[in-house]
Design a binder for this molecule. Structure first.
Ligand SMILES: [Zn+2]
Length: 64
């Protein structure tokens, strides 16, 4: 019985009635809240590659 956990998780503001959860990018930085219904829509406001570590500007040394 984990009824208390539901109380800690507000519903999403998109009106779907789904529990919201924090969206984070590839660096584990908080972006916004979303649920399964609006996640793609909200992620669409960000760069498509934001969920990955954007390393295009930095050269990573292959030091094997
Ligand atoms: Zn939602």
């Amino acid at each position: 019985m984990s009824a208390n956990t539901r109380l800690c998780q507000p519903l999403c503001d998109c009106g779907s009635g789904e529990t919201r959860y924090p969206l984070k990018d590839g660096y584990d930085i908080f972006l916004t809240y979303a649920c399964d219904h609006c996640r793609k829509q909200k992620l669409g406001r960000y760069r498509p590659d934001i969920l990955e570590r954007y390393d295009t500007d930095e050269q990573i040394e292959d030091d094997y």
